[in-house]
Design a protein around this ligand. Structure first.
Ligand code: NOJ
Length: 566
């Protein structure tokens, strides 16, 4: 197996608008990242991945890019980027940037030109414009829905004021999808890759790497797949409702496997092309796929030797706190990825999901993307969630392969669940009329100090989302050097992970433990996670890492330890 750095790296996700604000406008920026990089070095990560900081009207927090080769003034300038990268290199940290190729912003020059041009023109052909259905073209071209709610099509108004064609957007209306059948689109993105590679980046995280290619003819999705459970059964008798719900379940499973817009075979040709662009550059550059694709065997195709380097393991992220399921997903991931010679990756949190400390106590857990807010009928237990979150993180960081850490998880931050409606910015919240809260709760700016108006996030004390008073106790300076703090636990785990070569190691399952326990060895360490409710006996040896408080002799529930047995 080759020894590229990313195969075993711990990669820290910086979500720039919420990480550190040097300009004082209340929104994080690149200069803020530069200032805080030494603390990430000190944490012990190998690389940083930055979510988009490109020119953008920020309708989807920067995942709506208007210019792929410039920095938005909110985040600074290209010089600020260079300075940040130089500092990262000085500290020995790799830098990965985000690539958003499924869609641009509606403020991108190309889209503006498309709106100004005629139907059938080369300008329109870079996006997916179609005539509407119905007598006067008033019905969208097909029934696809946006991930953020509502139809995936918006009708434009022509220069003469009359309703015109429709364009496709799998996300917000301000994020028109490119037409990847168009060679010009391929050329644009080869150029974008080269632009950032020439500036020295170590790789790219590829947004929506499962959505770029759409099935020919853009066929409708079965209408039942699109209906919410309540709408589905609203006017039906009980037995009919059950039948319809069962039918929907089958259709949803079919949709997941054969969607006309997710996971089309055509994406692989694009990945191979980009793989070749990266190969023109010296050193190991990485392509990481954000691909919500299942099953794992299908996802593994994204990381065949001549395609992407690695893919986020969302199957792992979505696995509940249940030992049998955790064992199964680890086993299946190692098997599926190693079958194609790729490292497995592990991730528990990111800027799109409820933070895992909160997820692990949420009952019931809201569906992905829905978020949690004041009206969500979900019970939470912050202390239990933190305990489980720490245990889950220590299990993850002991696994062979590459792990992703989302900013703030090293502080044990919970999801902020009581943001006022007026503060919310996620398009999911606005497109669903507030029915879904969306993702703002995991994007609340990071607390660096236990005092100060924005807990050290901003030089001016401003913060684009309100931070809760608990941020004082979670703040980095309150945890620094404090025995047993989550920050110190992560630091110790990352140091031991490197010392014991866990990332490049291999896992051997240990028998003889109760079902509720996940136990394995990796190199000279034994890792035991108790996911049940009863304490379990521990083997002899020195406990070198403990997600709980002073574990000794037996392992309490919701706790992970690393033991040196040799
Ligand atoms: C995935 C990104 O992680 C998410 O934040 C964004 O809203 C969508 N892709 C659309 O770009």
């Amino acid at each position: 197996m080759s020894n590229e750095w990313w195969r075993s790296a711990v990669i820290y996700q910086v979500y720039p608008r919420s990480f550190a604000d040097a300009s004082g406008d209340g929104i994080g920026d690149l200069a803020g990242v530069t200032e805080r990089l030494p603390q990430l070095k000190d944490l012990g990560v190998d690389a940083v991945w930055l979510s988009p900081f490109y020119t953008s009207p920020q309708r989807d927090a920067g995942y709506d890019v208007a210019d792929y080769t410039d920095v938005d003034p909110l985040f600074g300038t290209l010089d600020d980027f260079d300075a940040m990268q130089a500092e990262a290199k000085r500290l020995g940290l790799k830098v990965i940037v985000d690539l958003v190729p499924n869609h641009s912003s509606s403020e991108h020059e190309w889209f503006k030109a498309a709106l100004a041009a005629e139907p059938g023109s080369p300008e329109r052909a870079r996006y997916i414009f179609r005539d509407g259905r119905g007598e006067n073209g008033e019905v969208p071209p097909n029934n696809w829905l946006s991930v953020f709610g509502g139809p995936a099509w918006t009708q434009i108004t022509d220069a003469d004021g009359k309703p015109g064609q429709w364009y496709l957007h799998l996300f917000d209306g301000s994020q028109p999808d490119f037409d990847w059948n168009n060679p010009e689109v391929h050329e644009l993105f080869r150029g974008v890759l080269r632009f950032w590679l020439d500036r020295g980046v170590d790789g790219f995280r590829v947004d929506v790497a499962h959505g770029m290619v759409k099935q020919e003819g853009l066929p409708d999705v079965h209408p039942l797949v699109q209906l919410g459970d309540d709408e589905l059964t609203a006017d039906l008798e009980e037995d009919q409702a059950e039948e319809t719900a069962a039918e929907k379940e089958t259709l949803v499973a079919e949709f997941a496997a054969e969607s006309p817009y997710w996971g089309q075979e055509g994406v692989h040709e694009i990945f191979r092309d980009w793989h070749n662009v990266l190969a023109e550059y010296e050193g190991d550059r990485v392509l990481v796929a954000e691909a919500w694709v299942s099953p794992l065997e299908k996802l593994a195709k994204w990381v065949r030797p001549d395609e992407m380097s690695q893919a986020f393991n969302f199957g792992y992220l979505e696995t509940p706190w249940n030992a049998a399921e955790v064992r199964a997903v680890i086993r299946d991931s190692l098997e599926a990825f190693s079958a194609v010679g790729a490292p497995s990756t592990w991730v528990l949190s990111n800027h799109d999901v409820i933070r895992h400390t909160t997820r692990f106590s949420a009952d019931p857990l809201p569906p992905q993307g829905a978020g949690i807010g004041p009206k969500t009928p979900t019970k939470l237990d912050e202390q239990l969630g933190l305990k489980r979150g720490r245990a889950a993180s220590m299990l993850m960081l002991a696994l062979p392969g590459s792990a992703y850490v989302y900013q703030g998880e090293e502080l044990g931050l919970p999801e902020v669940v009581d943001l006022p409606d007026e503060a919310r910015e996620d398009p999911t919240f606005h497109r669903t009329g507030g029915e879904l809260y969306g993702r703002d709760g995991c994007r609340v700016p990071v607390p660096w100090t236990s005092t100060g108006d924005s807990y050290g996030f901003s030089h001016s004390g401003r913060s684009w989302l309100p931070q809760p008073p608990e941020w004082a106790t979670y703040a980095r300076d309150a945890q620094e050097g404090t025995e047993g703090s989550t920050l110190e636990l992560y630091k110790q785990a990352l140091r031991l992970r490197a010392e014991h070569g866990l990332g490049t190691g291999s896992l051997t399952w240990l028998d003889g433990y109760p079902d509720a326990v996940v136990a394995f060895t990796n190199g000279d360490l034994t890792v035991i996670a108790n996911i049940g409710t009863e304490p379990v006996g521990l083997p002899g040896g020195e406990i070198v890492l403990d997600s709980g408080k002073g574990t000794h002799g037996s392992l309490p529930a919701d706790t992970t330890v690393w033991i040196r047995t040799a």
